[in-house]
Write a protein that binds this ligand. Structure first.
Ligand code: AHR
Length: 771
């Protein structure tokens, strides 16, 4: 019998709201050198070795001929734009900027806007502005006549040829001395033609996804930094990012470069508006969990004010203080902010001690705003549970969870959220990805997204990270790669786009009784190799004892350091208990691991004690080369102290104890691949029914589909199919469109039809009855 899929077109079970959206963090040069349209690097001579050890105020600038270059700071044109270039020379002498990644991309016959601030130190003079290709051929030339103290100048240049590795030259047309600052080169044709706008191809690719929201500005860069707003190394403080671009103090980005704040909070809001996405700003919660910096409880007010003022900046009347700043910047209409997040991945007691003060202040003044709290960077464990307990107690609207897991984990946990209660805070899966950019990764993410859409408690979800300049990679994988002149949408981008563009307004009930199967296969016990492994520390392990099948075996003491591994045994039975004593003898930052359940070079599980900067005890699976953190709790090793450790394994269930206390309790689930993963929604505006189905098996599956409740008339619409690829296929700059969905029209004579889903495929069918 052909399996059935019955869709109840009149049974709407969940409002999908703002379910699928984007996450923007300026890492891998996602903003500066990426989506921000500015083509020059270090335009205001503010780069410093504090941002990156290799930086100087002249990074990306080269002198031309005998020009004398120095950095001034005594008389800046704006106090927050602290440094400027002083340039003295003869005719033809000058400076060149090479942009990002060694060259500027210029398009033939397109206009570019050059602007800068100049202080003529030696009396009126002319500066020649040239665009040169990598062989020194002049693509465009213009000049500015300058005089007096700091003044703003702006001209246009139109290159005669396209070049992907150009440079901008500024040189004297006669002898002279000038100070230069805020030197800028922008395409006039930015996304939507905005001045200080976004690079058009990247922005358009994001817009085409039709995201429901965009979370910004990070990520770790939100909370990484000092507590002092005026520090170059401060946490991300949004007030430093608004007002004229030349008045924004540049900052050390925690991803190892300089953040110009050219894209600041105004630009984020504007971009969200331009792409039809709800803005979801995340502010630091007065805590830096990486360096254990927490604002004292009696100094929280400025941080809380930042949150309240941000809401005023976004939504306030133009006669309010911050509403006026927004209006002054060009947007008198409110941005209609609906969400605000406090904290990124903080689950510490210190964070949840402070959070209620933010919560109460925001709720009291702006009861209509949904407040997002943090669930931390793991899918389960002691801190995760603590965050949820706090969230429920405080009454937080939405909890932001982050985790990066293996494709295997994603399939085994496709129904991760199905039992979460809808009365409690809703779930925002604010960061996730499956460890790679292959077709298989993307299909497994699609399976997980089906589960997210179907789970009543999940309100929002976004893949992370979103953007990566291929020559400045901080992270892997990413959704959309780019270089200076091209974009590279990954298979994951296409999956995300299919889910966003075809989300629908409400979820419809659907059932496929013949396809229901157990979700996990737990036939492979963790009974393989057992070993001990140092993690950049020196560890002594004694009293090592394995108890299996009622037999106790003792093993010799072990001393390991660096990345040493010490084999213990191949266990051979499904249930066992390992006990040992552990002492870290050297090192402060890390601890060690106990590995178990490995057969040959295959999968295994590790228990990491003193993991992540000696803050955690983590149990993680390793599946086909991908990491899958399963559970985490806080735990720090004290050097010199001896700990009693106990590992209990039963099948694929794992418990770990330190000094008799249960720290980790988890299961490394292996998936039983379902024949088809499906979710169905309706788009209220058009009346279209949207079926999304993922077949991750290597064979086609034919299904009898019935759209119950529709009139017996013809259906027509469109289908979008990702199929025909090998699991290991991957888009590359050589073959950027290798994996790309195909769009075709779809029709059926009646609301009941038979459909064959191809092997390894994601299919979206959008239909409605013909009129
Ligand atoms: O997405 C990259 C990083 O992963 C984010 O900055 C952080 O929130 C997470 O740990």
């Amino acid at each position: 019998m052909t399996p059935r899929l019955i869709i109840e077109t009149n049974d709407r079970t969940k409002e999908l709201g703002d379910l699928f959206g984007l996450f923007f963090e300026d890492l891998s040069h996602a903003a500066d050198g990426g989506m921000y349209g500015e083509l020059l690097q270090n335009r205001s001579f503010e780069f410093s070795s504090l941002d990156n050890r290799e930086y100087t105020p002249l990074t990306a600038w080269n002198k031309v001929d005998q020009c004398d270059l120095s950095i001034g700071s005594l008389n800046p044109f704006h106090p927050k734009n602290r440094q400027y270039l002083v340039m003295t020379g003869n005719k033809g002498d000058g400076v060149e900027n090479t942009g990002y990644a060694g060259g500027i991309h210029l398009k033939a016959n397109e206009p570019y806007r050059f602007s800068c601030w100049v202080w003529c130190k030696s009396g009126p003079l002319s500066l020649d502005i040239l665009l040169l290709d990598d062989e020194g051929f002049c693509l465009a030339e213009n000049s500015i006549r300058c005089e007096g103290e700091w003044k703003y100048y702006e001209i246009q240049l139109i290159p005669s040829k396209t070049s992907i590795s150009s440079r901008l030259r500024i040189c004297f047309s006669g002898d002279g001395s000038v100070a230069l600052d805020q030197v800028s080169l922008f395409p006039v044709n930015t996304f939507k033609g905005r001045k200080n706008g976004m690079r058009a191809d990247i922005a358009q690719a994001l817009c085409d996804m039709k995201p429901k929201f965009m979370r910004f500005p990070g990520g770790c860069l939100t909370h990484n930094g000092s507590l002092l707003e005026e520090d170059r190394n401060s946490m991300y403080r949004w007030k430093n990012t608004v007002g004229p671009v030349e008045s924004r103090p540049t900052r050390r980005c925690s991803w190892g470069y300089n953040q110009s704040f050219g894209i600041g909070f105004y630009e984020y809001f504007l971009f969200c508006e331009d792409i039809g996405a709800e803005p979801v700003p995340i502010l630091p919660g007065a805590c830096n969990p990486h360096h254990f910096l927490f604002a004292p409880m009696d100094e929280l007010q400025p941080w809380i004010d930042d949150a309240l003022d941000l809401i005023e900046f976004a939504n306030g009347d133009i006669d309010t203080k911050w509403g006026a700043v927004r209006a002054e910047m060009g947007h008198p209409e409110p941005f209609d902010l609906k969400y605000i997040g406090i904290g990124n991945e903080e689950v510490h007691k210190e964070f949840y001690d402070r959070f209620p003060y933010f919560f109460r202040a925001i709720r009291e003044k702006y009861p209509e705003i949904k407040i997002i709290g943090s669930g931390g960077p793991y899918p389960a464990g002691g801190e995760y549970d603590h965050a949820w307990e706090c969230a429920k107690k405080i009454g937080i609207d939405i909890v932001d969870e982050h985790y990066y897991e293996s494709p295997t984990w994603m399939i085994a946990n496709a129904k991760h959220y199905h039992d979460y209660s809808t009365d409690e805070p809703k779930v925002f899966l604010g960061e996730y990805a499956s460890g790679g950019n292959t077709y298989w990764n993307a299909l497994c993410e699609a399976v997980y997204m089906v589960g997210l859409q179907n789970a009543p408690a999940v309100a929002m979800a976004c893949y992370a990270p979103m953007l990566c300049h291929s020559e400045y990679r901080n992270w892997n994988p990413n959704m959309l790669w780019f270089n200076n002149h091209r974009i590279l949408p990954t298979a994951s981008y296409h999956v995300q786009k299919l889910f966003m563009a075809h989300q629908g307004t409400e979820l419809l009930a659907s059932a496929a009784p013949e396809l229901d199967m157990p979700e996990t296969l737990n036939e492979t016990p963790l009974n393989g190799k057992l070993w001990l492994e140092a993690d950049q520390s020196a560890i002594t392990l004694t009293d090592i004892r394995l108890e299996a099948n009622g037999i106790q075996t003792n093993y010799p003491d072990v001393a390991i350091s660096g990345a040493d591994q010490s084999y213990i045994t191949d266990v051979g039975v499904a249930s066992y208990v390992l006990t040992l004593k552990a002492q870290r003898t050297e090192g402060e930052r890390k601890g060690f691991r106990i590995g178990f359940g490995r057969h040959g070079e295959g999968d295994y599980v590790t228990w990491n004690i003193g993991g992540w900067e000696n803050q955690d005890t983590i149990v993680a699976g390793r599946h086909n080369g991908y990491n899958a953190p399963l559970t985490q709790s806080f735990f720090s090793l004290v050097t010199g102290r001896v700990y009693d450790l106990r590992l209990e394994v039963s099948g694929r269930k794992i418990k770990t104890y330190i000094d008799g206390v249960l720290y980790n309790d988890t299961e490394d689930r292996l998936p039983a691949t379902q024949p088809l993963y499906h979710t169905v929604s309706i788009e209220n505006e058009t009346g279209e029914i949207i079926l999304k189905a993922v077949n991750i098996r290597n064979s086609p599956i034919t299904i009898d589909i019935e759209l119950a409740g529709l009139p017996q008339s013809r259906l027509s619409g469109t289908k979008y199919v990702l199929s025909g690829h090998k699991p290991e296929d991957i888009n590359s700059f050589d073959e950027p469109d290798l994996i790309c969905p195909k769009e075709e029209s779809f029709s059926s004579d009646s609301p009941a039809f038979v459909y064959t889903f191809p092997p390894h495929s994601l299919t979206v069918i959008r239909v409605k009855p013909e009129q």
